[in-house]
Write a protein that binds this ligand. Structure first.
Ligand SMILES: Nc1ncnc2c1ncn2[C@@H]1O[C@H](COP(=O)(O)OP(=O)(O)OP(=O)(O)O)[C@@H](O)[C@H]1O
Ligand SMILES: [Mg+2]
Length: 364
């Protein structure tokens, strides 16, 4: 996947800006609040997904304007394509995010999902290492939903069953035939739960070695990253999950809610064998998340046959010179965008420099 040309109008603080990215690395430089993340966000929106900042559509449109436009020429699926995305306010003729692909109206922007693919690193992703298991499960699930269309269905089915079983466990004593119902839920959960777990295990078998190698490269071998799936039982085996559910049944009846299964699993992230969350330094935690994100892009590239564009927002802060230099010079064969407010960064990169100032974009 390669973005060749980008033009944005009335998008956030970018009144009118054009960008001709390098086929490999483009470094967006500028002081705080100038529009670097805005530019990255406009590229991300081409994927059809909503903003990685969780912004509402109306916030994307330049203040006091009714309409924002993002136009891109890119190479994807082995050919040159043109995508035009519009973001309209609620009052406008075309409200919300809408897409035209190669001249044809495709309706909602989400309809073009999978056409232009990207992976984003946003500082909020540091929660992958710093926070609880929920974010790590979400990371796995989001990646798997994009790669395997059937995954979302299994995940939803499992979540629905969990909610139903929770309701039953809470009212077990007053539910006639509760024991039969519980058995039915457990059987169904063992089926779709095992499918979810099997996919997670397969995905991690591919992701973990890549993430570990990325970490080695970023840190020049100073520390080692370990990424391990912590399944509640043998993944991918409905019988194993069924046995596990039988085992915890007395505890579940006492607790009044579901105690085990893929909705309670975690991913262990170790730096030099120690939990990254507890012992990792800021720079180590950032390096770990970055290594995971780059690995996510590589696996997507393998499965989909095309490497996604990488959008790295503010990755450089808290990294030492050697790690920064790695990111500014070593990312070679995949198109990457990096933002930085470090004015010295451009002396150290072999990428294309682009300056963002007051919502204007100037190519260096
Ligand atoms: N809808 C909007 N209309 C006009 N300006 C906006 C809109 N949304 C955000 N901005 C402005 O965009 C600027 C922030 O841009 P952005 O987040 O891209 O900064 P940045 O260059 O990434 O800075 P930093 O280095 O601090 O991350 C702010 O000045 C903000 O007021
Ligand atoms: Mg920013």
């Amino acid at each position: 996947m390669r973005l060749d040309h980008l033009k944005v109008e009335q998008f956030r603080n970018l009144e009118s800006a054009e960008l001709n990215p390098a086929p490999r690395l483009t470094v967006l430089c500028g002081a705080n609040g100038q529009g670097k993340t805005n530019l990255l966000e406009s590229i991300w929106l081409l994927t059809g997904a909503k903003s990685f900042r969780g912004a509402k559509d109306a916030e994307l449109i330049r203040r006091d304007q009714g309409f924002a436009v993002i136009e891109a020429d890119f190479e994807g699926g082995g050919r040159d394509q043109a995508l035009r995305l519009t973001v309209g306010s609620k009052q406008s003729e075309r409200p919300g995010r809408r897409a035209r692909l190669n001249g044809a109206d495709r309706g909602r922007a989400s309809a073009v999902a999978g056409t232009f693919t990207a992976v984003v690193f946003d500082p909020n992703h540091l929660s992958l290492v710093k926070a609880g298991p929920e974010g790590r499960r979400h990371f796995l699930d989001a990646a798997l939903c994009q790669l395997f269309p059937g995954y979302l269905a299994a995940l939803r089915r499992y979540a629905r069953l969990t909610a139903q079983k929770n309701a039953l466990l809470k009212a077990y004593d007053i539910t006639p035939g509760g024991d039969v119902l519980l058995e039915t839920y457990n059987e169904a959960m063992a089926q779709c739960g095992a499918e979810v777990m099997g996919r997670r295990a397969q995905y991690l078998d591919r992701l973990a070695p890549l993430a570990e190698a990325n970490y080695r490269d970023i840190s020049s071998g100073a520390e080692a990253l370990g990424v391990r799936y912590m399944p509640c039982c043998e993944p991918g085996d409905p019988q194993a999950l069924a046995a596990r559910l039988r085992e915890v049944r007395p505890q579940e009846l006492r607790a009044g809610f579901c105690l085990t299964g893929p909705h309670r699993e975690d991913l262990e992230i170790l730096i030099d064998g120690q939990p990254g969350k507890i012992y990792g330094s800021q720079g180590q935690q950032r390096s770990a998340v970055l290594a995971l994100k780059l690995a996510e892009a590589s696996v997507a590239g393998e499965v989909l046959g095309e490497h996604p564009v990488m959008l790295l927002d503010d990755v450089l802060s808290e990294l030492d010179d050697a790690r920064q230099t790695y990111l500014l010079t070593r990312i070679e064969d995949k198109q990457t965008f990096v933002t930085t407010c470090d004015s010295a960064a451009f002396a150290r990169t072999n990428g294309k420099l682009v300056f963002v100032e007051g919502g204007r974009v100037r190519e260096g």
